[in-house]
Design a protein. Structure first.
Length: 199
């Protein structure tokens, strides 16, 4: 069994319900610093050997039992309203400090795709200043590109023609950049380590 700590998802709604019962109903506030998901090491789990998942179990099903129940529509709507109010307050504070700053644009699908694109390109060494050696995270780039692929698969049929064209163009471009980078790695003679010996 590995010594890696396990992540535990904490359903904060239960704590909120108990808090409201004790103190009466109060408006949604920002969470206290340090609240939320935390890293815990559970000794009892580490000692017991969990049963391996069957090979045919889908990745989505692996986490199904570990997740708390989905929030209700009312919880989601209250949380969204509190988030938007908090974000608006932060934006007002920023505008007070920078009077020339206008209202921030609404975040849309194109911003999400652009974020993945920039992350992948930076992980592949783009944006390195002249004269500096590029820092490449090829595994991170592959994961980011795979996330773009998941996004394309899961949104198929739900995008406008312009969004679909943009997503496919970005996906094509980052995959081509990855292919070029990985071929340079092979040309330089870097070989993959041998697979670990099986016990």
């Amino acid at each position: 069994m590995s010594d890696k700590p396990k992540f535990e998802v904490i359903d904060r709604r239960k704590m909120k319900a108990e808090e409201e019962e004790q103190q009466g109903h109060r408006p949604v506030e920002a969470p206290e610093p340090g609240a939320g998901p935390r890293l815990v090491v559970n000794e009892s789990r580490a000692e017991s050997s969990p049963e391996p998942l069957p090979a045919e179990v889908a990745p989505e099903q692996e986490f199904e039992g570990a997740l708390p129940p989905a929030p209700t529509a009312q919880e989601s709507s209250e949380q969204k309203a509190a988030y938007e109010a908090s974000a608006e307050r932060i934006e007002d504070l920023l505008r007070a400090q920078n009077p020339g700053m206008g209202k921030q644009p609404v975040v849309g699908f194109e911003h999400l795709v652009q974020q993945f694109y920039l992350s992948a390109m930076i992980q592949m060494g783009a944006g390195t200043q002249e004269g500096q050696r590029p820092r490449v995270d090829i595994v991170g780039a592959r994961n980011t590109i795979d996330l773009l692929g998941v996004l394309a698969e899961k949104t198929r049929g739900n995008l406008t023609a312009q969004e679909e064209r943009m997503l496919q163009s970005v996906l094509f471009e980052v995959r081509m950049a990855f292919l070029e980078l990985s071929s340079m790695i092979n040309v330089q003679g870097v070989t993959a380590p041998p697979p670990p010996a099986k016990p």
